[in-house]
Design a binder for this molecule. Sequence first.
Ligand code: ZN
Length: 386
Amino acid sequence: MPFMTLTSLILLGVIDPSVLPVTQVKNRRLERNQTVAKAMHDAGLDDATVTALHGALGAAEFNFKKARPGDQLRFVFNHGELDRLDYRRNLLTEWQVRRDGDHYVARRREIEREQRIDVVELTIESSVWDAALAAGEKPDVAVTLSDVFAWDLDFYRDVQKGDRMRAVIEKVMHKGRVLEYGNVLAAEYVGSSVGTKRTFRYHLPDGTDAYFAEDGTSARKTFLKSPLKFAQVTSGFGGRFHPIINQFGNHNGVDFSAGPGPPVWAVADGTVTRAGWDDGGGNIVCLKHLMSFETCYMHLSKIDVKVGERIAQKTVIAESGNTGRLTTGPHLHFGMKRGGVWVNPLNQNFPRGDPLPKTLMPDFKEKLAELRPRLEAKPVASVTVP
Ligand SMILES: [Zn+2]
């Protein structure tokens, strides 16, 4: 028997629509590699409805190619039939689709917002998470800041009580609340174990943006400090979330003890050489990099890549987990080879990216003269971007 949708069963008289709930709401997020049509089908819509919604959205300038994982879909059903769909992208743009008789009409709605540049200061007492909340920020700010320091700082290990962070950061506000954080223009980390790190964003002539220290040294390195991307973990961090590193020894790698599921990212650009099951290592991913480096990530709960795929540094490739015969509890085993020989990833000295060209230094210095005072100012000043 072919798969029957609810609507077709109603039309065939198999189901009496009056027995269906009057109003039913389904909230979905677009998943990785999931098309909008697939998400609609998965929510229980039939082909005809999906086609009608596609048509309505297309007429309202909805670009299906710009659909991204995390986009929010809210389906409202009335007696089993779709009454309305709200599609929200990036918190800022929403499409509202409404049923009008026998067809659907969509309209695009911009969510009212204000952009501004703020100074954020966090003092870590128990965790970065708590520090963000104490400063009146969203915990996302820690994720955003960890990203600009990812070559030099491991936010799971290097953060100590009493460390301070300041940043000049773009904010998107809605009715006085932060909707999301934009670019970090300048940031400073003062830590008891890592010293002081400062980084400044600069717009390069080739159109890309990159981070540099005050002397023009690149913030970027060929390898990241940690294979675990700092994420907003609900179990908290610091006081409540203590990753431990085992000594590099007889087992050819480093164990990052990690609560359930922090994302694992590629520490360097590379190609996937292995992605699958290993008896001892469980779900395992290995990457091949430049300079005869290889990295392997084991005991994963979820793998997001395929063999042969080319991966850019900072791409999330998996979720850490507790799989395989040799696992001892939830952790990430991280191994690194150089020229075919296992090495300690924590002892390697990875080269930095190219420094800022000398010809750009005068312009960079000018930008620094604007940014540095803001980084040093009290975190009350805010500038509204026109
Ligand atoms: Zn291990």
